[in-house]
Design a protein around this ligand. Structure first.
Ligand code: C5P
Length: 216
């Protein structure tokens, strides 16, 4: 069974998708990490972001591997480094390219084939797995997402004003929504969870109930 969980940045997709997979005994695939890893690789290879041919070429030759929930880029563990702000702000140059999306989507389908898996991203239900048995779109208001993000940043010692967090989050939402292919949107048959005011546990139980309904 394939369960897709899509939604905007800061909606808590990763935590929920991981926990849903754990509770169901399913595999888990973080597709954002794949876009992040290719972006990091391009930065390391000093490819100019306006050189589309070089980017596509690079992406097609790159090797991504998963090992115990860690992501390896050409054999190098980049699990932490792909979360750096430099990578986050450069991702659109890679994620906007249809040829790169096609290649990563193909790889995502290959990984999911024949498996019980929860796959998380922006386009999983709408484009990569249109026939997935269960599709969830997890979202929350911009303010709520920014507040949660601000709290996470404080935990790692970064104190940013809420307006700054909100501004960069809005910019990323806009980039994710405007993308011509693979844009952020709920699939027509996705169940939307609007998580404002809900605890992580409440969201998890709701997501599990949605999956259970699709399993019968
Ligand atoms: O989920 P995460 O925030 O790690 O994703 C980083 C970026 O990767 C997103 O903002 C989006 O631009 C891109 N992405 C994508 N398609 C996916 C997953 C992520 O374009 N399926």
């Amino acid at each position: 069974m394939i369960v897709t969980i899509d939604g905007p940045a800061g909606a808590g997709k990763s935590s929920i998708a991981r926990k849903v997979a754990e509770r169901l005994g399913f595999e888990f695939l973080d597709t954002g990490a794949m876009y992040r890893a290719v972006t990091l690789g391009a930065i390391r290879a000093q490819i100019e972001f306006d050189d589309v041919d070089a980017l596509v070429d690079f992406a097609s030759g790159v090797q991504l591997k998963w090992k115990n929930s860690r992501i390896l880029l050409n054999g190098d563990d980049v699990t932490e480094e792909i979360r750096s702000p430099i990578v986050t702000s450069a991702i659109r140059h890679v994620a906007d390219l249809p040829a790169v999306r096609k290649q990563l989507s193909k790889e995502q389908r290959r990984i999911a084939k024949g498996r019980d898996i929860v796959t998380e991203g922006r386009d999983q239900g709408s484009e990569v797995f249109p026939d997935a048995e269960c599709k969830i779109f997890l979202t929350a208001s911009s303010e709520e997402r920014a507040r949660r993000r601000q709290e996470q940043l404080i935990e790692v010692g970064r104190h940013l004003p809420l307006e700054d967090v909100l501004r960069s989050q809005d910019a990323r939402d806009e980039e994710d929504r405007q993308r011509p292919i693979g844009s952020l949107r709920p699939a027509d048959d996705a169940v939307v969870i609007e998580s404002d005011g809900m605890t992580l546990d409440e969201v998890l139980e709701k997501a599990l109930a949605i999956v259970a309904q699709k399993q019968v």
